[in-house]
Ligand binder design. Structure first.
Ligand code: IPM
Ligand code: MG
Length: 364
């Protein structure tokens, strides 16, 4: 085995997961045949697919395989079929368990506007042209995992729903460090978002980010912003942002808003990283889209771009990552589109045709 040989754990998941993953596998096949990189793939189940087979959304054997892989590529989880199950056994719980068990605390969600897709945005072209934002979302803490949680019976016909927002200095510092490091390689600016005006955990967030900045990252521009203002500013003037760092819940919401600026959720990849050198997870930002599953309509580009992120961040194969991203740009420029990004004078293609178009471009 050469150092260019890797094991990639594949978790296609539910809904459109298997279709989009099929296209990512075509690209992996191309890489294996046309470069000195060898990516051995291994398939596993997560989400509803795992519930149907193992009775739980992430089985221990699958988790162990994930731990031992060089990286993980995931499709999507969830579907109405599993909607009535209790929280800790739902498809989404498999994904949350994977994030938590592997300590994937930094979720990178780039929102990038491709020139060819500028008209797909619901915002005016002059507002979104050239947009390139990176949201760094804390992924293993906050209200998603805080205790106590639950629904209590108050006995008088009333109930109480409880979740806890909690952050420690260690959790805040490690995700902020990722954001500052990445900013240095980009626009050198970090906007840190919380609600320090109403939440103690937000105040701690602000103080810890400020202290870390003072200590290690004075060369990076730091700005603090309340999360609600950030949502507003994303729509008003998104170009003011470079890197946004925020907690788990605000990051969930702000990253959906940022994604929509680009016009297509079907285009956006993400990376979930843990400590340097540990296994990382790559997945499209979009969900399992059960309404179009099996119809050949899904856009595989977010998954293919997630594979590119995987090559760059986990496998240290930046040149191949660039090549794939360039191929995606070229295919979009040529007017080849899946239904979600279809526009006038373009050619609408299926999921599988889109994968083939990327391969044809890579072959050039
Ligand atoms: C996301 C999703 C997940 C989340 C769901 C599927 C649990 O919305 O990755 O943004 O809330 O984190
Ligand atoms: Mg979300």
């Amino acid at each position: 085995m050469t150092s260019n040989t890797y094991t990639l754990q594949i978790l296609a998941g539910d809904g459109i997961g298997s279709e989009i993953m099929g296209e990512a596998k075509k690209i992996i096949g191309w890489i294996n045949s046309n470069s000195d990189i060898t990516i051995n793939t291994r398939d596993g189940l997560i989400g509803g697919a795992s519930i149907d087979t193992y009775g739980n959304p992430l089985d221990d054997t699958t988790l162990e395989q994930c731990r031992n892989a060089d990286a993980i590529l995931l499709g999507a989880v969830g579907g109405t079929k599993w909607g009535d199950i209790e929280y800790n056994l739902r498809p989404e719980a498999g994904l949350l368990k994977l994030r938590k068990e592997l300590e994937l605390f930094a979720n990178l969600r780039p929102a990038l506007v491709f020139d060819a897709l500028i008209d797909a945005s619901t915002l005016k072209p002059e507002i979104v042209r050239g947009l390139d934002i990176l949201i760094v979302r804390e992924l293993t803490g906050g209200v998603y995992f805080g205790e106590p949680r639950g629904i209590e019976d108050l006995g008088n016909g009333q109930r109480r729903g409880i979740n806890t927002q909690v952050y420690t200095t260690m959790e805040i510092e490690r995700v902020a460090r990722v954001a500052f490091d990445l900013a240095r390689k980009r626009g050198n600016k970090v906007t840190s978002c919380e609600k320090a005006n109403v939440m103690e955990s937000g105040l701690l967030w602000r103080e810890d980010v400020t202290a870390l900045h003072e200590k290690e990252f004075k060369d990076v521009e730091l700005e603090h912003m309340y999360a609600d203002n950030c949502a507003m500013q994303l729509l008003r003037n998104p170009s003011q942002f470079d890197v946004i760092v925020t907690d788990n819940l605000f990051g969930d919401i702000l990253s959906d808003a940022a994604a929509m600026l680009t016009g297509s959720l079907g285009m956006l990849p993400s990376a979930s990283l843990g400590q340097v050198g540990s296994v990382a997870l790559y997945e499209p930002v979009h969900g399992s889209a059960p309404d179009i599953a099996g119809l050949g309509k899904a856009n595989p580009l977010a998954t293919i771009l997630s594979l590119a992120m995987c090559l760059r961040y986990s496998l240290d194969q930046g040149v191949m990552a660039d090549k794939i991203e360039q191929a995606v740009k070229a295919v979009l420029n040529s007017g080849t589109r899946t239904a979600d990004i279809m526009a006038d004078n373009c050619r609408q293609v299926s999921t599988s045709d889109m994968g083939d178009a990327i391969i044809a471009e890579l072959d050039k």
